[in-house]
Design a binder for this molecule. Structure first.
Ligand code: PLP
Length: 430
């Protein structure tokens, strides 16, 4: 830890929240240098949907690397790339009636988002993109411009422009349909909102507090986009790859976005890998117009192909949906420990959490969970949500253990919270 703290930039973050040095990991567990085991309810921020070192996925990689196969190949054709594309078409696209083209941008999520935004602007010849409150799309300037969080945006120090921010589904929590608002802006020549190139959204806002777009809201948004010739981009980097119980998060709503971004769990093993999917008629790129050295990292093609085997039939997905109900029940149990109206379960599928209204309480719960060897993160603009993002492969026994620890952590956090300086003003005014 000392070397890390001395040498690594102040920008480091998770090593501060979880101050120990990890050595190995398997399934839902990490082990540190002292041999202490931690239950992982964060799964690499959703990059480890199949857990750590899944044996089948890892075996495919080790097998691939055992001969002098192509590791780096720019975007040349390789057998690994061909197998990935064939499998992705067979297992994911065709069964869903999708004919999207697959683009390999740089290997991280924000690269996929940048490519999506650039393509939408190029196709339509328009500048602005509509994005939503509490959205998170990545740290490079284009992605940051459509991200909501003011701390993250503040790091840019240049104008983050060419966007229009609109209220996400149920933003006001009063039942107002926020699509009415967007529709009125688009229809009113005096609104000051120019016709946008695209609308970009997450169906479940991963970093922004696990707010969920309802199916009806998504359907109205999709219809509105179609009516106005606006491209619909779903950023499925966190909510996709099975996290909500279907491969793509938007499947239950029946909408089919024009452009889709995937990354995080796409490689299955935690290797960097991203794709931007587009309807074929949108594929107007010139060859090499959007380039990059690490587009199509062959080891990631191999692990992603192995991971897609989970999706050949519906068994894995239905297992995820069944266990997601246990997550809901467990979280409701946590919410029930709080005074009425001060906590609620938010999110969907394997992307749920409990929102705690007491300022600082969710952060304190995460800290107390770490003290009990459970890794859990917070989400939301005020870190108000204890966010569960376990591996989709977590067992029922592990989930039961997680909720036992989390309820202790909540009780401990609450008893401490009453004496922290943060809580003092509230106590004085009471
Ligand atoms: C994590 C994330 C990104 C950014 O991905 P990086 O690999 O960190 O660049 C973009 N969009 C969503 C929804 C994410 O969760």
């Amino acid at each position: 830890m000392d070397t890390v703290n001395r040498l690594e930039s102040e920008v480091r973050s998770y090593c501060r929240a979880w101050p120990t040095t990890f050595t190995t990991a398997r399934g839902s567990w990490l082990t540190d240098e002292a041999g202490t085991r931690y239950l992982d309810l964060f799964a690499g921020a959703g990059a480890l949907n199949y857990g750590h070192n899944d044996p089948d996925i890892k075996a495919a990689l080790l097998d691939y690397l055992s001969t002098d196969t192509i590791v780096h190949g720019l975007d040349m054709s390789t057998t690994a790339k061909r197998s990935f594309l064939e499998t992705f078409e067979q297992v994911i696209l065709r069964p869903r009636g999708m004919d999207h083209r697959v683009m390999f941008p740089g290997p991280t999520g924000t690269n996929a988002v940048e490519a999506a935004l650039k393509l939408a602007r190029k196709v339509t010849g328009r500048t602005n993109v509509v994005c939503f409150t509490n959205a998170f799309h990545g740290m490079t300037l284009g992605s940051l411009a459509v991200t909501g969080d003011s701390m993250k945006r503040g790091g840019a120090n240049v104008p983050l422009s060419h966007t229009h921010r609109m209220p996400f589904d149920d933003y006001f929590r009063t039942g107002v349909d926020t699509i009415d608002y967007l529709e009125a802006y688009l229809d009113d020549a005096g609104s000051g909102v120019a016709l946008p190139a695209a609308v970009i959204l997450e169906t479940v806002q991963g970093e922004g507090g696990l707010r969920v777009a309802s199916d009806a809201w998504l359907q109205r948004l999709s219809a509105l986009c179609r009516e106005h010739g606006i491209l619909l981009i779903v950023d499925d980097i966190q909510a996709g790859c099975g996290r909500t119980g279907t491969f793509f998060s938007f499947e239950p709503s029946g909408i089919v976005p024009d452009i889709i971004t995937l990354s995080k769990s796409l490689s299955g093993l935690g290797l960097p890998f991203a794709v931007t999917l587009m309807r074929p008629e949108l594929d107007v790129w010139e060859p090499g117009e959007h380039n990059g050295t690490f587009r199509g990292f062959n080891p990631a093609f191999v692990t992603a192909t192995a991971a897609l085997e989970r999706w050949r039939d519906g068994a894995f997905a239905s297992e995820v949906r069944r266990k997601a109900e246990l997550v809901t029940t467990g979280l409701q149990g946590l919410a029930d420990r709080m005074p009425a109206g001060e906590a609620r379960v938010v999110g969907r599928g394997f992307m749920q959490g409990v929102e705690l209204d007491t300022p600082g309480l969710a952060t304190a719960v995460a800290r107390e969970a770490f003290a009990r060897q459970v890794l859990v993160e917070t989400a939301g603009a005020d870190d108000q949500v204890v966010k569960l993002l376990p591996p989709l492969t977590i067992s029922e026994a592990e989930l039961a253990h997680a909720f036992a620890v989390l309820s202790d952590a909540l009780d401990a956090a609450r008893s401490q919270h009453e004496v922290t300086p943060d809580a003092a003003p509230a106590l004085l005014s009471a």
